[in-house]
Each structure stands twice: as structure tokens, then as C-alpha cells.
Ligand binder design. Structure first.
Ligand code: 3EB
Length: 337
């Protein structure tokens, strides 16, 4: 069975691909936005997410089988028979509902045509996330409407919303990328301490955000405990409410507690799933920090819980609710046997 891996290549470091690995997609977290293209045979997208004092890196997704690349309605993709990487952009506009719905529908078309049934992780980088669109609706909420409509157009997709991130970007417009599997199964994991995001009350916007708190990707024929767990962007939210407004240390603590609880065996068991993980098993962690002066506090909170092999990157961008100061995500890789 093919294996999919994430890696971060830091600025100034020579990006080498390990022997026998094939690159499926590259996401440049840099100082400029770059539309999705196929470069040297690999889909690539550039996000304006880096800034002085924070991290600048390229996220590289690889597999052990050669990939085929292609383009569809402005999206670029690569797939290797088991995994699909696909990226797209929604240009800056007066409103985002319709272009978001169209872009997500195009993404679902790519999955259908190429026969990759299950999305297991999506990322959305939203310029001006807390600003109003031309109709006075916050851009994040506007985006959520279009995204929800795309999921609702295919009822079977509503029951399998993937883990996701919906976060600010320093660039304009919206960029997104996602990963899907052909024969693997996905298990959605909710956090018993949080209301599922897709059931948030109306006060957070006309349509609830379409994502699961985490997705476990179980390769075909494998025991579920051997799946990798993709943890969504997680914040200082209990139930559906933001806690600790204005207190970065307390927000970091609750955010990390939420992730620990989410991936722990007790929460998995309540969801009918076997296995369980410790915060220390997380890798490829991204910490999104709203105010640059909070970087030392977020760095210290992460250093307390993650070992050096975790790889934590810090990005200075806005978060979807204006009272959220920090958001953290990561991946528990499939255990090696
Ligand atoms: C939250 O828990 C914080 O809109 O895709 C986290 C992860 C958040 C994903 C999304 C939003 C999204 O509601 C915000």
C-alpha cells in the first residue's frame, strides 16, 4: 500500500526528496501569493503566510508511487493511484459565496472523475478573513456559505466532512488545497468537549463551518489503529464558545488541551473508535498567531508539550473569530510497526 508523507523544507535548506519518494504537491508558505501551477512536474501553490520573525517554509507531500499531474477548471492536481493532492485559488472579489461554491464543486469533480472518494484533509487560507465583503458579511462567514452549499449539493458528502483549517492569509483572495484517498477509509472524529463545527448556532454566521475536528485515514485492509490522524485547526473553544478572550496563555493551554483530548483514547472510544494518541505524537504542527507580540507565549506553550521532532512552525495571520488569538493543527502519523 502506498504511503503518504508530509515534510517541511525550511528557507535556505536544500529541498531533497528521499530515495524512492515521489512528490505529490508543494505548498510554499512564503512572502507572496502564487497561483497554482505544475512546476517541474509537481503541482505547486504559493501562499503569502510568512512574515519577518515568523517561519518561511515549503510543505511537501510525497508518496512512494509516481504521480500523474493535471489541471481542471483552474485547479492543479497530482495523483498516484491511491492519493490525490489538489490546489486552487478563488481570486479576490466583492463576495465569495458563489466562487467558493464553484471552486469546491470543481474540486469534487476532480475527485469524482479521478475516482478518489474520500477527502481526509483540507486547508483554506483566507485573505481579509475578518473584513466585511461588499454586502457587510464577514469574509469568513461568506466563505462558509459557499463551502456549505457545495457540500450540501452532494448529500453523501455532508456525512464525510474532512478535517480542515480555515485561517487568515496575508495575501488577497482565498487559496486552498486538499488530500483525498481512493481505497482508504476515513473516520471523522469529533471532540466531546466541543460542539461539532457543522452544528454551530447561527450567531457565528448564516452557514456553519463544514469540517470535522479530525480525520483518521485508514488504509484499505489495515486495522483502524494504524491510521494517521489529521487534526483540524483547533482553538480556545469549549462547547461553541470562545473562552479566555484577551488571554494568550490561557488560549494556548485550552487549545492544546482540546487537541490532547481529541486524539486521546477516551474521546476516540466515545466515538466508537479504537486506539488513541498523546499530544507528543503530533508532527507537522502549525501554530497561527494573530498578534506578533504573542509569538513568545505561543512558542513557549508549544515547547512545553511538543518534542523537538514534532516540527512546529509559527505564522502571523488572523484567525476566523476576532476573539481567537491562536489556532493550532497537526498530524499524528500512522504508527510504524
Ligand atoms: C473553530 O474551532 C475554529 O472553517 O475550516 C478551525 C478549523 C476553524 C477549521 C474552517 C475553522 C475551520 O471553529 C476555527
Amino acid at each position: 500500500m502506498n504511503k503518504i508523507d508530509c515534510d517541511f523544507h525550511y528557507e535556505g535548506e536544500r529541498a531533497e526528496t528521499a530515495a524512492g519518494r515521489h512528490v505529490l504537491g508543494r505548498v510554499v508558505f512564503g512572502e507572496a501569493t502564487a497561483a497554482p501551477t505544475v512546476r517541474d512536474g509537481v503541482p505547486e501553490i504559493g501562499l503569502h503566510m510568512a512574515s519577518p520573525g515568523f517561519d518561511s517554509f515549503t510543505e511537501v507531500w510525497s508518496t512512494d508511487a509516481p504521480a500523474e499531474t493535471g489541471e481542471h477548471r483552474g485547479l492543479v492536481y497530482a495523483h498516484d493511484g491511491e492519493y490525490l493532492f489538489c490546489a486552487g485559488v478563488i481570486p479576490e472579489g466583492a463576495t465569495y459565496r458563489e466562487p467558493t461554491r464553484e471552486a469546491y464543486e470543481a474540486a469534487f469533480e476532480v475527485m469524482d472523475r479521478l475516482d478518489y472518494r474520500h477527502v481526509f484533509r483540507m486547508w483554506n487560507f483566507i485573505g481579509g478573513i475578518n473584513s466585511d465583503n461588499s454586502e457587510g458579511l464577514e469574509i469568513y462567514r461568506d466563505f462558509c456559505v459557499g463551502r456549505a452549499e457545495a457540500f450540501e449539493a452532494k448529500p453523501e458528502r455532508v456525512t464525510c466532512m474532512p478535517a480542515a483549517t480555515g485561517i487568515g492569509s496575508r495575501g488577497r483572495g482565498i487559496a486552498f488545497f486538499f488530500l483525498a484517498t481512493r481505497t482508504g477509509t476515513t473516520q471523522n472524529i469529533e471532540n466531546r468537549r466541543q460542539v461539532p463545527a457543522f452544528e454551530y448556532p447561527r450567531q457565528y454566521g448564516p452557514k456553519s463551518p463544514s469540517f470535522a475536528r479530525a480525520t483518521r485515514l485508514v488504509p484499505a485492509g489495515e486495522d483502524e489503529t494504524r491510521g494517521a490522524v489529521y487534526v483540524s485547526g483547533t482553538a480556545s473553544i469549549t462547547g461553541h464558545e470562545t473562552l479566555h478572550a484577551g488571554d494568550i496563555d490561557a488560549q494556548c493551554e485550552l487549545t492544546l488541551d482540546n487537541i490532547a483530548h481529541l486524539v486521546g483514547s477516551g474521546n476516540l472510544r466515545l466515538g466508537g473508535l479504537d486506539g488513541g494518541h498523546d499530544l507528543k505524537e503530533l508532527r507537522w504542527v502549525k501554530a497561527y498567531v494573530r498578534h506578533e507580540e504573542h509569538l513568545p507565549a505561543v512558542r513557549a506553550a508549544c515547547a512545553d508539550v511538543f518534542p523537538p521532532q514534532t516540527h512546529v512552525v509559527f505564522l502571523n495571520v488572523d484567525v476566523c473569530r476576532d476573539d481567537l488569538l491562536v489556532e493550532i493543527e497537526g498530524i499524528v502519523p500512522a504508527p510504524e510497526f
